[in-house]
Design a protein around this ligand. Structure first.
Ligand code: PEP
Ligand code: MG
Length: 325
């Protein structure tokens, strides 16, 4: 590998045979954005907005949200910033706001489900996002979409928020792209349908693994089953990417797998357009991208899709990396 990690910052994430992808950062608080730039992020692929709401003793009213979103957009200086609407529930509970008596919280009142049931609350976030959009290049992303009805309902609430701002004479950017996270098997299976209403997809592999394999992502006893190279997960990822491309929209990934150097070549071969990961992972992933050919990666992906178990995929990828990286 020719490039040293330090010299990589300003080089493109491009394979030697000219296949260009985009590397972005995942952040949880606005103060992380400068680190993303230092590591060469071309944007923010996932800002987990719920962390604003999880700060004890602080309410996330419209003004506080607006200031946080504006801060990230301004720091990123017109690079794209994808802000995910509130993803609470499951393991992320806002004490004053949410019920804690669910028997299966990970299958319960999470994310977009919670927001659609609390529309005024949801609209407050959407107004803050819209207002912040004049300060940079904002994209909005909805988490835990399970089917087209949820995406359509969320888009209606977004239109209502826009109408409210228009009446008040408050500015927001035209044509903000709105995307869907693909992190539930039903979303991956209906990616062709969702693609008609989404401007982009972002695969959330943390939840996609959890829900495809029925493995609670926080349960140590069964952690060995949480295998992103499981053939079922790979098929969901492939399907999502292929349907995005058929519809002419980009396919991103913001789950942990996107920043796993062991998976980089395989994801390139599957056709992923954008990888979003913790800032610190960007240089190594970029270094790998700049040292492998797209054609070789496609062969690897084809072989991986033909494997019958995650162990077989893992061995294949390990061997492949050994000889090329
Ligand atoms: C994911 O599920 O992969 C994801 C990025 O979302 P989170 O980890 O915040 O649930
Ligand atoms: Mg998720």
């Amino acid at each position: 590998m020719a490039d040293s990690l330090k010299t990589l910052k300003d080089l493109p994430a491009e394979t030697p045979d000219g296949y260009r992808v985009v590397l972005k950062a995942n952040i949880e608080i606005p103060e992380e954005a400068p680190l993303a730039l230092q590591n060469g992020a071309e944007g923010i692929g996932l800002y987990r907005s719920e962390f604003l709401f999880l700060t004890p003793g602080q309410s996330a009213d419209e003004e506080r949200q607006y200031r946080a979103y504006k801060q990230v957009l301004e720091t990123m200086r017109n690079k794209p910033v994808t802000i995910r609407t509130l993803d609470v529930g499951g393991d992320k509970i806002i004490p004053d706001l949410q019920v804690t008596d669910e028997k299966n919280p990970l299958l319960g009142w999470r994310a977009i489900r919670f927001c659609l049931a609390h529309q005024e609350f949801f609209k407050t976030q959407l107004r803050a996002l819209l207002r912040s959009s004049v300060h940079g290049n904002l994209k909005i992303m909805f988490p835990m979409i399970s089917g087209i009805e949820e995406l359509e309902r969320a888009l209606v609430v977004l239109d209502e928020a826009k109408a409210e701002l228009t009446i008040k004479g408050q500015a927001f950017a035209e044509n903000i792209e709105v995307g869907a996270m693909i992190e539930i098997p039903s979303a991956a299976m209906t990616a062709d349908i969702l693609a008609k209403k989404a401007a982009f997809f972002s695969v959330g592999t943390n939840d996609l693994v959890q829900y495809s394999l029925a493995v609670d992502r926080g349960n140590e006893r069964i952690a060995y089953l949480a295998q992103p190279f499981h053939p079922a997960v790979l098929r969901f990822i492939k399907r999502t990417i292929d349907e995005a491309h058929k519809a002419g929209i980009p396919a991103a990934m913001c789950g942990e797998l996107a920043g796993n150097p062991h998976a980089t070549a395989l994801l390139l071969g599957l056709g992923l357009d954008e990888f979003s990961m913790s800032s610190a992972s960007i240089p190594l992933v970029k270094k790998i991208i700049r040292s492998v050919s797209r054609a070789d990666c496609q062969q690897l992906a084809d072989a991986a899709l033909g494997c019958t178990s995650y162990l077989e995929v893992e061995n294949l990828v390990t061997q492949w990396m050994h000889y090329r990286i």
